[in-house]
Design a protein around this ligand. Structure first.
Ligand code: 5GP
Ligand code: ZN
Length: 122
């Protein structure tokens, strides 16, 4: 729990999406997660899946909240089915730290699908 209080949730964009203070196109809500469309989509399906609780990244969340990463992965599977990309394949990505391009420090999984995805990514 300490991880979450040391972060500045008061000016966290994704915390504001959780509360509804900032609007988003929500596609699915779980008990502990919210999923919404990325404002700047990089694929036909580009959904961000976040915990309602604030964690700065995937490592903090994994250490602090048992099961949340499983839940995000499960939600991703359900959304992929609903979006019709489960068969063709999709990617679930957690950018962690500046070199990986993390710009929002509230844990989010990117669900990307609906087109061919190059590997390794750029
Ligand atoms: P990161 O680079 O931190 O892994 O990803 C942050 C993502 O959040 C980016 O893909 C960016 O387009 C998305 N994003 C930034 N601001 C907003 C917003 O206000 N609403 C939504 N829906 N997505 C956002
Ligand atoms: Zn937050």
């Amino acid at each position: 729990r300490e991880e979450s209080v040391t972060d500045s949730r008061s000016d966290c964009l994704f915390c504001k999406i959780v509360t509804g203070e900032v609007p988003a196109e929500v596609v699915r809500e779980g008990e502990r997660t919210v999923a919404f469309r990325d404002i700047n989509p990089q694929a036909p399906t580009h959904v961000l899946i976040i915990p309602r609780e604030h964690y700065r990244d995937v490592v903090s969340a994994g250490a602090a909240e048992v099961g949340i990463l499983d839940e995000i992965a499960r939600e991703a599977g359900e959304i992929a089915r609903a979006e019709g990309v489960a068969e063709s394949g999709y990617r679930l990505v957690f950018n962690t730290g500046p070199a990986a391009g993390q710009t929002v420090f509230h844990l989010h999984g990117h669900l990307l699908g609906g087109r061919g995805l190059e590997w390794p990514p750029g």
